[in-house]
Design a binder for this molecule. Sequence first.
Ligand SMILES: [Zn+2]
Length: 313
Amino acid sequence: MELGPSHWPEISMVCNGTRQSPINISKSTTNNSLDDFVFHNYNATPLVTTVTYNGHTGQFQVTVPSDTLMIHGGGLNDIYNLAQFHFHWGSNDSYGSEHLDHGKAYPGEIHFVHWHSGKYSNLNESFKHDDGVAVLGVFIDVVQDANDPRISKDLAKLTDYFVNIKFPGNQTNCAPFTLASLLPKNLTYYRYLGSLTTPDCSEIVTWTVYQSPIYITSDQMAKFRHFHRMEHLDEDLDHTNRPVQPLYNREVYNSPTSFSSSSSSSSFFSSPSPLSAFVFFRAGIQGQCVKMMMALVFTSISFHSFFQCEINC
Ligand SMILES: [Zn+2]
């Protein structure tokens, strides 16, 4: 039997905690230390990408080679590797996002889940700590016109693969696409400390919620719901968004107005081989510093990443 969110405290008391997510973001304070993120390989193609339907949680998970995609900056002060990303949606276009922006719900929300690779040795270890996870949340909105230039073509294409994954555990490979194409044009974001939005609701997430959505058509949005019905899932899983939770005494901050996410932005890097080496170093291998730095020089890594290595050597 599937249990809805109101029953989650019976599974894990943490779900009744004071640092729970999602929340309605009703007010925020500008924090100038919330600088732009640096996205490593978010604009790299091709990626080997697998879409999996996880029947238990009612979510899709898209996995990518986690050691080649990472973020830093964004007020996080360290490196976080992408573990997976997945979607939340509602039974119609009037709701479905987990976070609300001043009471406004969007039809969907993408979560890019990153673990704290700069501090912890692996994903499981990272999930045990209150600074272990950084999630980037991107709202999905719908437009009526299929030719609307704001439509994310890659997200639209991704929904076409959902028809191949009808049953829990099914997975399918999809055509390469860049994760950068799933980020909004304007990267101004909210920041607060919260939790995972499914049991055990661990209070380990530094949340980033972008203020601007990305767009698909209503027909494309409907593809998120189609296989719920095909799976004859319990009504509680007809939607996959947890209701908003009390803020308690937490502060919500917003970044200053941000740069565009266009591929020309200096916030994106896509040099797979030196970055793989970079991760290897950050994983805690001792005595590799000089070797690492030489590798970085010979592969013409950006000055920025070189500088990061220098600090941590
Ligand atoms: Zn999520």
